[in-house]
Write a protein that binds this ligand. Sequence first.
Ligand SMILES: *Cc1c(COP(=O)(O)O)cnc(C)c1O
Length: 379
Amino acid sequence: MIPSIPMVDLKGQYQKIKPEVDAAIQQVIDTTAFINGQPVKDFAVELANYLNVSKVVPCGNGTDALQLAFMALGLQPEDEVLVPSHTYVATAEAIALLRLKPIFVDVDPATFTIDVSQLEKLVGPKTKAIVPVHLYGQCADMESILAFAKKHGLKVIEDTAQAIGADYTFSDGTVKKAGTIGDIGCTSFFPSKNLGCFGDGGAMIVNDEDLAEACRLAANHGQTIKYHHDVIGCNSRLDTIQAAVLRVKLKHLDEYNAARQQVAKRYDEAFKDNGYLKVPVREPKSTHVFHQYTLCVEGIDRDALKEKLAEKGVPSMVYYPVPLHFQKAYAQHGNGKGSMPVTEKLSEVVISLPIHTEMEADQQEYIIESVLKSVLELS
Ligand SMILES: *Cc1c(COP(=O)(O)O)cnc(C)c1O
């Protein structure tokens, strides 16, 4: 019999905290403070405390967080923004939507994050910002990025949608949480993210009070006093019900990330000596919170492996199958095939396996066996 294995087990996770989550949601319904209720304010303070940062400004989703961050920083049309070519579309989308110009940067073949060795040749007089993406759950090389940004006067907007809770250690021993290192950190509470709510949600993470105020204005119609609008803004809010859920789940975030790391460790052990599979390399200065466990397939066909796994009831995903500079909407900002060799290669060889907080040992054993068997069948 083919087992039914989920990519992400949100149901199992909910079952464990059901009484507390249900009570929190019911309380919001009882108070009917569905918009900007007390849990939204409480969650913002609690997440700021967890991250050791001065302000968290909640908003509607992670894509909005990026857009609002660019608005709050005052970026203007035609300003150039450095962004990795191997990322989720949202990162480049928010840039292009504001008529800023995304400048694609290839990624490091080991860590899959923005390749800092490419930056100097891409920066120009119009470049105003850089958006490192902490892809799959570990931080980009932030120490180098901060030095580069300082040298060229660039704003740093971290896309930490996949890395909430990861720690980054600087050479001098200072430890900072992902999203608190640059000017603004942008995150998402999409249900399957490491800290996910029961719908859409997002936040901006800021250390500067004035900048936090600019983020708040951008998210709330540019409104200073009710019905007084100083700048053009958006309407982007975290629902009170979502904040209530997040308050409960934030208490478990470290434990959730540890569970993911445990799953990653077992995959590593099983695959590290297999010549056809390359296990994820750890960025030495960052912890990895494994939003995804992503292998590179070498010497066999990735899509054939994906199919073999599906036949055995094991789901897998490809993040991301089409590089941004090949996408119809973004090709104008790129230089075509061959311009981002690492990104192009990764789009053909990466495969992400099921990873979540509720993975049972026997289920993972079955996934591992299926991967090894499928590799054998194809080699
Ligand atoms: C999920 C994600 C986003 C967007 O978040 P939404 O809440 O879905 O808008 C942005 N960037 C990255 C890297 C993501 O993984």
